[in-house]
Design a protein around this ligand. Structure first.
Ligand SMILES: NC(=O)c1ccc[n+]([C@@H]2O[C@H](COP(=O)([O-])OP(=O)(O)OC[C@H]3O[C@@H](n4cnc5c(N)ncnc54)[C@H](O)[C@@H]3O)[C@@H](O)[C@H]2O)c1
Ligand SMILES: O=C(O)[C@H]1O[C@@H](O)[C@H](O)[C@@H](O)[C@@H]1O
Length: 295
């Protein structure tokens, strides 16, 4: 497929772009900085500028595409990751502006140029736990896509707004637009670097509901979305199968979630950030675990 990817130079994007190239896709990375990766095409552009998004959406991916002499092909899909990725990087209002305006511009340009599949990065923070003032417990466990999304911080608010924007664009067009409520992204080198501290102090993972998502498995998730057509508008949690700490589910519930309703059976190491919907509807099957590295 010919894919326009925004934010491919970032922490998550660079692994997902690499994964998509391995699957044989052509990827045009649209970002403020280029990605230095063989095989990727780069275009410097700002997602908050609608004109620039119209331009890239109707653009050649590289000089070689001049050769057929048949004009500019339509992208098969857009994967939108570019964002201010949390609070306390920019001001709150700038984070909200970049993320909401940027997402509007990217989806608007995509649908106006006839791109019938859009996948965009939402976030675990929509469930209000991650950047809460003080400790916030989930309404119930495991957190699935039905859990309320009423966060109080500007970053998560921008992601909730983006989900509403995406749902409306889907309603207008009938195209497929899938939102990914991504948990905390872990790059391969971060297992050895960060996870020993999580074993010593599980509190460090409370705001992530003790979950995580391997950057390569996030790549697989995007590929699953690319390969599955006809779902309309859907949001999916994206996580690995196990907790990011060494405690069992029962120990975590005892220590952190007393009084929180638990729905159904949760396995000994099974994530509290349910990926069951992605498995059921997309065939997602994460391949990695910190336990493979740290045993
Ligand atoms: N890292 C995580 O744990 C995590 C978890 C959940 C969701 N997400 C979401 O996943 C996406 C990627 O996150 P990340 O951690 O890779 O962030 P990142 O900051 O590492 O990467 C974001 C990329 O977007 C680009 N960008 C920012 N503003 C831009 C603009 N105005 N125009 C063009 N490009 C712009 C940046 O240059 C950067 O390369 C974001 O949407 C983020 O909200 C990340
Ligand atoms: O967007 C998100 O959900 C993530 O944002 C990151 O910056 C936070 O460090 C991480 O805990 C969240 O998982």
């Amino acid at each position: 497929m010919r894919i326009l990817f925004t934010g491919g130079s970032g922490k998550a994007g660079r692994h997902v772009v690499a994964y998509l190239l391995e699957q044989g896709h052509r990827v045009l990375n649209v970002d403020r900085v280029p990605l230095d990766l063989p095989g990727v095409d780069n275009r410097i552009a700002d997602i908050t500028d609608a004109g620039q998004m119209y331009d890239v959406m109707s653009s050649l991916a590289g000089l070689d595409e001049l050769e057929p002499g048949t004009g500019v092909p339509t992208f098969d899909a857009v994967v939108h990751f570019a964002a201010v990725p949390r609070i306390l990087i920019t001001t709150d209002n700038e984070c909200y502006r970049v993320n909401t305006m940027g997402t509007y511009n990217v989806i608007d340009a995509a649908v106006k140029f006839g791109v019938k599949k859009v996948i965009f990065a939402s976030s675990e923070t929509t469930y209000a736990v991650c950047f809460a003032d003080g400790e916030r417990k989930p309404d119930y466990l495991p957190i699935d896509e039905e859990h309320p999304t009423v966060p109080e911080d500007s970053y998560a608010m921008s992601k909730v707004c983006n989900e509403v924007t995406a749902r409306s664009f889907q309603a207008r067009t009938g195209f497929d637009i899938y939102g990914l409520r991504i948990n905390n992204v872990i790059e391969p080198h971060e297992y050895a670097q960060n996870f020993p501290a999580y074993m010593d102090d599980p509190d460090l993972r409370r705001r992530n509901i003790f979950a995580y998502i391997d950057a390569r498995d996030l790549g697989q998730m995007v590929e699953c979305c690319l390969q599955t057509d006809g779902l309309g508008y859907e949001v999916f949690n994206v996580s690995n199968d196990d907790h990011s700490v060494a405690l069992s589910s029962a120990e975590l519930i005892e220590r952190y979630y007393q009084g929180v309703p638990v729905k159904g059976e949760i396995g000994e190491t099974e994530t509290f950030f349910s990926n069951a919907k992605a498995k059921r509807m997309l065939g997602y099957q994460p391949q990695h675990s910190w336990r493979d590295v740290l045993g």
